[in-house]
Each structure stands twice: as C-alpha cells, then as structure tokens.
Design a binder for this molecule. Structure first.
Ligand code: CA
Ligand code: CA
Length: 286
C-alpha cells in the first residue's frame, strides 16, 4: 500500500515537473527537478513560490482581519442587542408599573363611585319612604274626613240636624256671636230649631272652647232658676252633666245669679238679664 501511494505521488510530481518544464520552455527558462527534494529548489523555485506564499499569507491576513472585523461586528451587534433588550425590559417594567397604577386608580375610583351610588340610592330610598309615609298619612286623613263626612251626613239625616249647625266632637252646635240676655238667646236658638247648649263632658267642653273668643262670655242652657244650687239643662230639663266652675263660682251674687255662662273654658253663674254671646245645640238629649 505504501509503495503504491509513493508511486502515485511520484507520477503526480513527474506530471507537474513536465508541466513546469513545458511552461519553462514556453517562457525561455528551464527548471527540471529530477528529485523531489526541497533542498534542490533553486532561486527560480523560490521566486515562483514566494509570491504564492505571499498571497497565501496576505489571504490569511485578510481572512484574519475579516474574522476580527466580523467578531467586532458581532460583538457590537450583541452589545446593541443586549442594550435593546435592557431598554425593552425597562420599558416593559415601566409599562407594568403604569398599568398597575391605572388599575389601582380605577379600582379606587370604582370604590368611590360605588360608595356615592350607595349613598344616593339610600337617600332616594329614604326620601321615597318619607314621601310614601306622608302620602299614606294624607290618604288616611282624607279617608277619615270622608268617613266623618259620610257619618255626618247620615247623622244629620237621622237626627234632622239643621245644616248651619257644626259638628263639634260627637254633637252639633252653633256659636252665635251676638250679645243677648239668657232668655232671648234661648228663643233665638229655638228659631234655629235648636236649644241653648249644655255640655256633655270635659272633652266636649274643651272642643267647644276652641271655637270661642278669649275673654268673651257665652250663655249656656244650664241654670238654677227654679231650685237654687241645682243646675239643670234647659234642653233636656235634666241635671247638668258637667260643671267646671271658674275660681270663686258659683257665688249666686245678690241671690240673682241663676244662669250659667262660659268664659275662657270655665263656668260662672251670672245675672240672666246680662248680655252675652251664646251657644246653641241641635239636640235635646243633654
Ligand atoms: Ca243661683
Ligand atoms: Ca256668680
């Protein structure tokens, strides 16, 4: 095998020498190397090889330079890539911070809006509740008044109450702001189809007094004309239901005070010929 390889090498070398010999003949010089020994290379060979070697070295140098430039370019690109990546990372971190702050602000705003919305809703509910309560109260008052009117109409029809008598409490009265003596006042009430009034109880006294002027006297139908100290109603001829005397009354002054008047919510016996306003009642039950 070795021998065979050596033979092939020698053949190639011989062919190259033949080629060189031909080239030498063409250019007018001869270099025949019978033995492939570097020591036998003369100056011509060296002159021939040196440019090649120089080109090879120059090529090698260019290659190294190119490698160096390429490496520098790659390093620069890598550096720029790293810088861009850092910038992108920093930018993304900033964006994330901004996004987080926006989300926090949005949540805070949402919370505030929810709170205000709840406050407004509560206020509206309270207002609606108050309006509803008020309307219910008004409705009840209207219904009570309607019922009262219905009862009043029915009662007036049933008891034949004159239309100009006013319902005070459970009965019908008419206050006459015209000063007359007790007897004339009684007759005036009769012309109105009524009677000089007596009082049923303290609530009725309070209700009637609310319809009278202050410091003014009003005749009642109560008297003790026939039996001193025994007060009766002129309408029913029965004992007076309630007597609420003013301080110091009754005093039957000069033994002539037999008629009862009402002044500022209290009663007093007084001379029947005196002039006072008076109160008529529609019924003769009291
Ligand atoms: Ca008397
Ligand atoms: Ca008196």
């Amino acid at each position: 095998m070795f021998k065979c390889g050596t033979y092939i090498f020698l053949v190639v070398w011989s062919l190259r020498n033949v080629s060189l010999a031909e080239e030498s003949l063409r250019f007018g010089y001869v270099c025949l190397l019978d033995e492939p020994n570097p020591n036998h290379c003369d100056s011509f060979c060296l002159n021939t090889l040196l440019p090649l070697l120089s080109q090879i070295a120059q090529g090698q140098e260019q290659e190294n330079s190119l490698k160096t430039e390429t490496k520098e370019s790659l390093d620069l690109m890598k550096s720029q890539q790293t810088k861009i990546e850092d910038q992108l990372r920093s930018h993304m971190e900033s964006q994330l911070k901004v996004q987080a702050k926006l989300e926090a602000d949005l949540l805070e705003l949402q919370t505030k809006l929810d709170g205000k919305l709840q406050t407004v809703q509560t206020a509206m509910e309270n207002r609606l509740q108050a309006m509803q309560t008020n309307l219910e109260g008004q409705l009840q008052a209207i219904m009570a008044k309607m019922n009262e009117s219905i009862v009043d109409v029915a009662d007036r029809d049933l008891n034949k109450v004159p239309s100009d008598f006013k319902r005070i409490g459970s009965r019908y009265f008419r206050v006459i702001e015209k000063a007359q003596d007790w007897t004339t006042a009684g007759k005036t009430c009769q012309t109105m189809k009524g009677y000089l009034a007596s009082i049923q109880n303290e609530d009725e006294l309070t209700a009637i007094s609310a319809n009278l002027k202050n410091f003014a006297c009003y005749w009642l139908g109560i008297n003790d004309r026939y039996n001193e100290g025994h007060y009766v109603s002129v309408a029913s001829n029965r004992k007076a239901e309630i007597l609420k005397w003013k301080e110091g009354e009754p005093n039957d002054k000069s033994h002539e005070e037999n008629c009862v008047l009402l002044i500022d919510g209290k009663m007093a016996d007084y001379h029947c010929n005196a002039s006072c306003s008076f109160i008529c009642q529609a019924d003769n039950k009291i």
